[in-house]
Design a protein around this ligand. Structure first.
Ligand code: T4K
Length: 396
């Protein structure tokens, strides 16, 4: 039964023994990794001295090079955010009409960039375990209007890149990965962002690796990178030559400075998240109706998110009721990604958006919940969150 909870929100009335798990301060789903303030101040001083604020400054140049080294890829272009990098990725491959097959189980940006490039999104169902596009289902949706496939490595779990590559090759389609969640992920010792024709990263404040706002586009050749770099700067090749209708997608020096410093702390952040993920897995193991993702063989995961699936029958409570109950305990889990992009008013009338075509995505979106995960989260806090999850289910 839904009642008003003690914060005034709607949610289940909580038994007294569960209220003891209430945190005095909000526990957010994520917190950014902050580099040492003094080091950022040093960069600020150099920006003040040089008065070089944006447009391929020294920090931008250094960050771009060091980022490529860290990721193990040769051609990287920095961007102001991941969304504009996706827009430019499509433009770089001259995809501005027809259809692109993508997942509905993602952040709105993935579908919206297609719309902004006048492309019709075709939503394809996902795999039950990875929550990523299923290559066999993708292949069944290909028509003569299909130009590309835009998969997402959702929550940092790698797509079936070999399967998708084979489909793309068989049908002569471009393959652009939305790798917004997949910073640092490696598959059989190879960077996941080296897959496909292009891969896009996001460095938003909520991401594992952040440059406040920011993103990057990984390409395969110097010529591709050059075209991308022109397109992100209004199409300028030089002061008097504009190669095409570009946009302003440049990363500024303040973002680049933040990103550079993140490179020094990212390994520690991933290690902390790996440790906390192990605690979650241990504490929630065997909880009826709660399923966590496992590590995949041959994959170096980045532990960017902690998604759990809530089976309401086995758990005794719906995902929404659990979300509300946790909120009243000051635990701010998030329903990433609910609703599906295919359910947004702007896309729901597309034939591919019919829920009948997307049974797995429809089930996952109603059951998914991302629990708090970030490097500075205390292990004790994770144990408390897990105890609350266990007891909430048992209490029903
Ligand atoms: N493709 C995919 C698959 C994506 O997930 C995203 C972005 C993109 C493309 C586009 O990339 P960008 O253009 O954004 O670079 C957040 C982010 O805004 C978004 O970048 C991200 N995906 C998405 C998954 O999450 P919200 O609306 O959930 O963020 P918000 O503001 O509610 O923040 C969540 C929590 O994070 C807060 O409760 C507290 C914490 N937080 C947040 C901010 C902004 C902080 O502690 N500090 C902060 O500065 O969308």
């Amino acid at each position: 039964m839904l009642t008003r909870n003690e914060n005034g929100g709607s949610g289940p009335a909580l038994p007294a023994r569960i209220k003891r798990y209430r945190f005095p301060e909000p526990v957010w789903v994520t917190r950014p990794t902050m580099p040492p303030l003094e080091k950022y101040q040093e960069h600020l001083r150099s920006i003040w001295e040089t008065r070089w604020l944006t447009n391929n400054g020294r920090l931008h140049e250094t960050f771009e090079r060091r980022l490529g080294d860290y990721l193990g890829v040769e051609h990287v272009s920095l961007f102001c955010n991941g969304t504009i990098a996706l827009v430019v990725a499509l433009q770089a491959l001259r995809i501005h009409e027809g259809e692109v097959i993508t997942t509905p189980f993602t952040f709105p940006a993935t579908a919206h960039v297609l719309y902004w490039n006048r492309i019709r999104p075709v939503f394809c169902d996902i795999d039950e375990t990875t929550f990523n596009l299923d290559p066999a289902r993708v292949e069944r949706l290909i028509t003569q209007d299909t130009k590309a496939i835009l998969p997402v490595h959702v929550f940092g779990t790698p797509c079936d890149t070999e399967g998708l590559e084979a489909v793309a090759r068989r049908h002569g389609l471009a393959l652009i990965y939305d790798a917004a969640h997949a910073f640092g992920v490696r598959c059989r010792e190879r960077a996941i962002v080296a897959s496909g024709d292009l891969s896009v990263l996001s460095f938003h404040a909520t991401k594992l690796f952040t440059s406040i706002e920011g993103g990057a586009l990984v390409s395969h050749t110097a010529a591709q990178k050059e075209r991308i770099d022109f397109l992100k700067n209004f199409g300028f090749a030089d002061e008097e030559t504009v190669i095409g209708p570009g946009i302003n997608g440049k990363m500024n020096e303040f973002q680049a400075a933040f990103g550079l410093l993140q490179l020094d702390v990212i390994e520690g952040e991933i290690a902390n998240r790996r440790r906390l993920t192990a605690v979650y897995r241990h504490e929630l193991a065997g909880t009826p109706g709660i399923r966590l993702q496992e590590d995949l063989p041959d994959v170096e995961h980045n532990y960017a998110y902690l998604p759990v699936l809530v089976d309401p029958d086995a758990y005794g409570m719906t995902r929404d009721a659990l979300y509300d109950a946790l909120k009243s305990l000051n635990i701010f889990a998030r329903k990433y990604f609910y609703p599906l992009c295919s359910q947004f008013p702007c896309y729901m009338s597309l034939p591919s958006a019919d829920p009948k075509n997307l049974p797995v995505a429809e089930r996952v979106t109603r059951r998914i919940l991302c629990l708090p995960l970030y490097g500075t989260l205390e292990e004790e806090a994770v144990r408390t969150i897990c105890a609350a999850v266990r007891e909430l289910g048992a209490a029903r």
